[in-house]
Each structure stands twice: as C-alpha cells, then as structure tokens.
Design a protein around this ligand. Structure first.
Ligand code: LMR
Length: 415
C-alpha cells in the first residue's frame, strides 16, 4: 500500500495532485540585504574589490584578528577547563553578571536585573522580543527609521507588529531630533520602543548627552517599554561613555530590556556570545522574568553556547586580561575613527566641497552615504565597491590604502 496506507487510489491521486509534501508550501524568503551583499562580494573575482558591507572590524593587515586577550583567555581555558557539562538554561551566571556590571557599572544595584546568555546579540534581540510577546502578544515595536534590517524581520517573525519612528534626516546626514522626540512621545504606553544603545546601525548618528535627555523625557511621556540593542559597546567613544545613555534609561524608566552582543567588541563573531538583561520593577518580579528567560532558552536551544561566553567572562573578571582587552578595544576604536576622518578629508579634496563632511561625524563601525540605488550600483559594478543598498558603509572594514580610490569613485558617482 505504500505511504498512503488504506486511502483509495482515486483519493490518493487527487491528494497527490493538490499537494505533494508539506514543505512544498514554502515560498522563498526575502534576502537579508547585508548577507546578500556579503555573498556578492565573495563571488566577485576582482582582486581590488573593496568590502564595506557586513559589520566586521579589520586591522591594518586587512584581517579580523582574534583579539590578544581572547587568545590568552582561550589558552588558559584550554588548560583549566575540566568539564564541558551543561551550564544552566540561562547560561553561565558569572558571564551574565560580568556583562551586567560592564554595561550598568560595577556599582549598579543588580537586585532587579534578570539575565540570560543567548546565541549572540541576535539571539538576545530574539529572546527579548519573545519575552515581550509572552507578556503582550499584541504589542507594536517601534524601531528607528532606518534600523538594522534584521530588527523588523525578527519582530515580525515572533508575531509582533513593527512600526518606525523618525530618526535620521538623510538630506542633512544628521539626527532628525524634532521628528524623533515627537514620534517617541506619541508611542502608546502599551507599546515598545527599540533604541540603539550607541553607534547607531546603519547611520552611526548618535544623540549627544543633552539629546538623550530629550529622548528619555519623550519616553517617560509615552510610558512605553524600552528595548536597547547594545551591539557596539566600546566602539563609539569608550566603554563608560557608550554605556552612559543606557545607564540613564535604566535609572529613569521602570522596565528596560537590553540585548548585548560580544561579537564586535570582543571579536567573538562566530562564537555567538551575547546576553539579554531585563531591568524588572521589583526583585520579586525579576525572579519571574528570570524563569521566563530560562524557559525561552529551553524552547529555542536549551543551553546557550558557552565557549565565547566563558572567554568574555574570564577577560572581564581578570585584571590583566581586562586591561589588555580595553587597550585593544581602544586601538580598534581609534583606528575606525581615524579611517572615518581620513575618508572625509579625502572626499573633501576629491569633490572640492563640504557635501560629504558629515561622513566624518558618526560613531561606531558605520557611516551612511547619501546615495541612491542608481549610484550604489555603479559603485559596485564599475568600481568593485560594495556597500549596503541603503548607503551604509562599514568604515571598520576599510584599509587606508583603499581610501584614495574609494573617495575618487564616490566623488565621481555621487554627483
Ligand atoms: C551588521 O549589521 O553588519 C552586523 O550586525 C552583522 C549582521 O549580522 O547583520
């Protein structure tokens, strides 16, 4: 009888015509613009192509190094680790605690903080949004326009609604502060606002301290719950400087979710180390949140990966490793800021105008070129220069030697 069991032949054929298998109901997924560009770059045979696509740091030799403190910690781990048995559903508590004190300061009162290790920063966003879905399945999450494309995709994948608030004025290349504050004030109390803790992705346009104050006031007027994507801590102005706004938000707003990534600042990209922290209203409520985070991990992958998390925890909890890491992070940050300034100066010289001047202002890995798709295409096809379709350039991936050619191409194409 085969796989159709006792179903009569005619019905069986009819069924087979309508639907062969369940998975044939699948339709192709939309491309992720960042990963699609990564693939295109890999497949381009030109030797002098320039990759400004996916957000990774490259040193002056053009490689994404294993950081010195990471290598040292990995050596120690190799010698010391006596078991690879499971940690806990919410990961190694020492890792989560180390990240919480890094982000919130070692003087912070953590009695209302719940937290769990996750699979990278993306996992932290996912678990944070899933937590929101458990609490309020009909919530709308408001993200900046523009934002990391995966924000909208994950919000929709967990079944929440996604809307945008004004953030960036492409014409001026700066924050649209009036629109931003106005839109945040209008977010309904039962909704969620996603903010980038520092080094906004894709624009690199961050509010200064006074503007953060205005944003916090607007959020207080709205009463919405805040989610902070914190993927670039330490790559803007410094660890404490970059964390300052998040610390203020936690002080002034009752419930906040923070998604932390160790991919960029520890260079642990493929090890997928990250954590989600939740600032609950009371210590009792933090325990309930903690249980929910553990359950969400159990449902998604049981135990989060430990290797990268352990390495980050060892670095943060060892004075020498921590000092080494802070130094190398500063080297990376200074290199990115130098590259950005050099590019802005080269563009000034090439275009003989100030129109690219604001490209020198952003913080973190990215700057956004105000270019149309009709300009980004020839940059890629004629000049081998790969940036994301919205004009995002990964400055952290540039080499000094490439800057003159890049500036010439931009000045030629973006007229
Ligand atoms: C990026 O924005 O390029 C990075 O966060 C990598 C990614 O996963 O998209």
């Amino acid at each position: 009888m085969g796989r159709m069991g006792g179903i009569p032949h005619v019905a069986c054929c009819h069924w087979r015509i309508r639907r062969l298998t369940l998975l044939e109901d699948l339709t192709p997924q939309p491309e992720d613009p960042i990963l699609a560009m990564m693939d295109r770059f890999r497949n381009d045979p030109r030797a002098d192509k320039i990759d400004l696509g996916i957000g990774i740091y490259r040193n002056s030799d053009g490689i994404t190094p294993v950081m010195r403190a990471v290598k040292l910690a990995e050596h120690q781990l190799l010698n010391q680790q006596s078991s690879k048995s499971y940690t806990s559903l919410s990961g190694d508590p020492a890792f989560v605690h180390a990240l919480a004190t890094l982000v919130l300061s070692d003087k912070a009162d953590l009695s209302c903080i719940a937290g769990a290790g996750t699979v990278g920063g993306t996992g932290a966003i996912r678990q944070g949004l899933d937590l929101i879905r458990l609490a309020r399945p009909d919530a709308t999450v408001h993200i900046p326009d523009p934002s990391w494309p995966n924000h909208k995709a994950i919000i929709q994948a967990v079944g929440l609604t996604c809307e945008t608030y004004r953030y960036f004025d492409a014409q001026t290349g700066a924050l649209d502060m009036e629109g931003l504050v106005c839109d945040l004030r209008d977010v309904p109390k039962d909704d969620v606002v996603l903010l980038h803790g520092c080094c906004h992705n894709p624009t690199g346009a961050d509010p200064n301290s006074q503007r953060w104050g205005d944003i916090i006031q607007a959020l207080q007027a709205s009463g919405a719950t805040v989610v902070i994507d914190f993927a670039y801590l330490g790559l803007g102005d410094g660890l404490d400087e970059d964390a300052a706004a998040t610390r203020r938000i936690l002080r002034d707003i009752p419930e906040t979710i923070i998604a932390i990534s160790c991919s960029k600042n520890f260079g642990l990209y493929r090890d997928r180390a990250g954590a989600v922290l939740v600032n609950a209203k009371t210590p009792e409520h933090a325990k309930i949140v903690q249980g929910n985070l553990s359950t969400l991990n159990r449902l998604a992958y049981s135990f989060p990966a430990d290797h990268g998390a352990k390495v980050a925890e060892m670095i943060l909890n060892d004075a020498e490793l921590r000092a080494e890491w802070i130094n190398e992070l500063a080297e990376m940050r200074n290199r990115i800021n130098d590259l950005r300034k050099t590019l802005a100066n080269a563009l000034l010289a090439q275009s003989n105008s100030e129109r690219f001047a604001l490209l020198g202002a952003p913080r973190g890995m990215f700057s956004r070129l105000n270019a149309t798709p009709d300009q980004i295409k020839p940059l890629r096809e004629d000049h081998g220069i790969y940036l994301i379709g919205d004009g995002r350039m990964n400055i952290a991936g540039l080499s000094l030697d490439d800057i003159p050619r890049l500036a010439r191409a931009i000045a030629t194409v973006c007229v």
